[in-house]
Design a binder for this molecule. Structure first.
Ligand SMILES: Nc1nc2c(c(=O)[nH]1)N=C([C@H](O)[C@@H](O)CO)CN2
Length: 117
């Protein structure tokens, strides 16, 4: 299956479980992959037949920054729900990295796969 993907979409937002985290912005990095058939868009060379990664990036950024969230699991789930609702895809993979969370690790995060039911 083909896909459209976005790697390391950087989003600064209020994210975290602890009180001190609710007063600051921290960086999340998102990897998104939307399954689709890219052949039609390619054959017609037409953005209207494609999943526009610019539009995807903007909608996801707006969603994640709309209000404070505690868990990165919540971020992943909300993003997957948005992608399945707003874009022509039956399967999405969403990875959320919180690179500053564990100083001794390069990054930590969650990865989920959701399919249209
Ligand atoms: N599985 C998770 N574990 C933790 C999360 C999280 O969102 N999911 N969050 C935190 C804190 O917010 C942490 O990032 C503060 O440094 C701890 N564990």
């Amino acid at each position: 299956m083909d896909s459209v993907f976005i790697k390391k979409l950087c989003i600064d937002t209020v994210i975290g479980v602890y009180e001190w985290e609710k007063a600051i912005q921290q960086r999340l990095e998102l990897d998104l992959e939307l399954s689709c058939n890219t052949a039609v868009a390619a054959a017609q060379d037409d953005i209207r037949q494609a999943l526009d990664y610019s539009v995807i990036a903007q909608q996801v950024t707006d969603l994640v920054t709309a209000e404070p969230i505690e868990l990165i699991e919540t971020v992943a789930e909300r993003v997957a729900t948005l992608l399945l609702a707003n874009f022509s895809t039956d399967r999405v993979q969403v990875t959320v990295h919180k690179p500053g969370a564990v100083p001794t690790a390069q990054t930590v995060g969650v990865r989920i796969v959701r399919e249209r039911s």
